[in-house]
Design a protein around this ligand. Structure first.
Ligand SMILES: Cc1cc2nc3c(=O)[nH]c(=O)nc-3n(C[C@H](O)[C@H](O)[C@H](O)COP(=O)(O)OP(=O)(O)OC[C@H]3O[C@@H](n4cnc5c(N)ncnc54)[C@H](O)[C@@H]3O)c2cc1C
Length: 477
């Protein structure tokens, strides 16, 4: 191998590429991450991630560093034009099934910096910032990328076993795969205003969707002094004027005295809902915003991308250790239906919020009131994986209790709630007894769960069926 040969080239170091770098480093794979910019993207974007994402950060040893950057949130309310509550979601307090809180608020640039610091721990991972990937080629048994050093203008070639494009909405890796985008026809500009409170102000502790047909808006309490308002651009708005200091102050005055906040920045984003039709071509894959984009109403765009690379990283590791390349066939079928479910729910939430016709808004409000204020978009959008490397009752994450993932390790593991069952496990798969999960097993009428490295259950079985279950896994590997 030459100096530039690596297992994986990662194109782009946004939050998804940086998480992938940490996953690859943790698993001991060699990787080169190329990022066009020389610092993290400074404009406001994601503000929420869920407990499953903190579990991923735990798996790469960064939960302790990231937790202090986060704060909690109590839920989300949808209000009508008069401020009356139509329906809402409560964020359940305490620890959820991931072994972490259900919801975290954060600032994306701070998170990205911590993820990049995490990369420094791995001698096998190199981040080359100020480097733009110009071409990505699949050669059948490998890949070649050409990279331009933007400081010197020189171009070089890097060979890798795999390329993962986490290069965002305008992905050149997606173009190299030759993938078209499926468009849900949701394209709406919104003004995003990030502020810091200069003194204590009485504002909600939940996110609020103002379903006001005159000017739909969203409020997000980011934690600490940070507060965000997202304000929909109405037909006829001049988008440049909408971002001007006077107009921003005027729009904010609906909720606060603009002198009570420092405006960090105010930027217009056009929200989209798009899914790439093809996420992989042989040894080249895409993940994150290059594979799908969604409006931010559920705070799940980045989360979906981090789920992609968590699904992919262990499969790349297994193929590098000798598993057939066909193991990667399961990547898109498992992840795409999951991502689409979230996108479709975010679009549904967006259509509720974005209604500008007063008659339609009135009918909407009446139907929510008639439903008792309870029937918003379906909240079960984070359901199981699509069909793939699981079955036998698998496809969802195994719950974590008391940091039980530490005992699971980084490979496959058998989990049981009953100590007496542990003896049936084969010698080469660690078995972990989590007595708190006894009722989880009882509900599923099984004794054991075979858990993948990404903490998703491959399958469940009774004690006398464990050989069949493990045999089914070995057939894939
Ligand atoms: C207003 C707003 C609010 C949001 N809120 C949330 C939220 O609360 N929760 C949530 O989960 N998500 C949210 N999102 C979505 C989230 O910000 C994105 O999904 C996330 O940033 C995507 O990460 P990524 O790493 O896939 O892509 P990006 O963050 O776009 O990163 C791609 C990187 O690739 C680099 N790159 C591109 N091309 C090349 C190339 N050829 N060579 C080298 N480098 C390249 C780019 O410079 C960039 O750094 C929000 C988005 C917006 C706009």
């Amino acid at each position: 191998m030459t100096e530039t040969d690596v297992d994986v080239v990662v194109v782009g170091c946004g939050p998804v590429g940086a998480t992938l770098g940490n996953l690859l480093g943790t698993a001991g794979m060699t990787s080169a991450i190329f990022e066009r910019e020389t610092d993290v993207y400074h404009l406001p974007r994601a503000s929420h991630f869920d407990g499953e994402i903190m579990r991923v950060f735990q798996s790469v040893g960064l939960a302790d560093a990231i937790t202090p950057l986060t704060s909690g949130i109590d839920g989300m309310d949808f209000l009508d034009a008069t401020g009356e509550r139509l329906f809402g979601f409560v964020s359940p307090p305490g620890v959820g099934p991931s072994g972490w809180a259900n919801d975290y608020m954060f600032s994306q640039p701070e998170l990205e910096r911590e993820l990049r610091r995490g990369l420094d721990r791995f001698p096998t991972v190199t981040l080359h910032d100020g480097h733009e990937v110009e071409t990505v080629t699949d050669t059948g048994d490998g890949t070649v990328v050409t990279v331009r050093d933007l400081a010197t203008g020189t171009t070089r070639t890097v060979r890798a076993r795999f390329v993962v494009g986490t290069d965002g909405a305008r992905s050149i890796t997606r173009a190299a795969i030759g993938s078209e985008l499926d468009d849900y026809g949701f394209d709406q500009p919104w003004l995003v205003i990030d502020t810091n409170l200069l003194r204590p102000v009485d504002l909600p502790s939940v996110a609020v969707q103002y379903c006001d047909p005159n000017r739909p808006a969203t409020f997000i309490p980011h934690g600490g002094v940070r507060r965000r308002w997202e304000i929909m651009a109405m037909p006829g708005d001049d988008l440049d004027e909408l971002q001007s200091a006077e107009r921003v102050a005027q729009l904010l005055s609906r909720w606060i005295d603009p002198d009570e906040v420092e405006i960090v920045r105010a930027v217009v984003y056009t929200f989209h809902a798009l899914v790439a039709r093809n996420w992989r071509r042989n040894r080249v894959m895409i993940a994150g915003d290059s594979a799908h984009q969604m409006p931010p109403f559920l705070g799940q765009g980045m989360c979906a991308g981090i789920r992609d690379v968590t699904n992919l990283a262990w499969k790349l590791g297994a193929v590098l250790e000798g598993a057939p390349l066909t193991l990667l066939d399961s990547y898109q079928p498992e992840r795409e239906p999951h991502a689409r479910r979230v996108i479709e729910t975010a679009v549904a939430a967006g259509r509720i919020i974005q209604t500008t016709d007063p008659e339609v808004a009135r009918a909407r409000d009446e139907s929510f009131r008639a439903a008792g204020g309870g029937s918003g978009p379906d909240q079960s959008f984070l359901g199981p994986l699509g069909p793939g490397l699981h079955g036998f009752g698998g496809g969802t994450p195994i719950p974590q209790v008391r940091e039980s993932d530490t005992a699971l390790g980084s490979g496959f593991a058998l989990v049981t709630g009953d100590r007496s069952v542990a003896a049936v496990a084969p010698d080469d798969i660690p078995v972990v007894v989590i007595t708190e999960l006894e009722s989880w097993f009882r509900e599923r009428d099984c004794d054991l769960a075979l858990v993948r490295p990404d903490r998703y259950v491959f399958g469940t079985a009774r004690a006398d069926e464990v050989d069949t279950l493990v045999g089914a896994l070995r057939a894939h590997l």
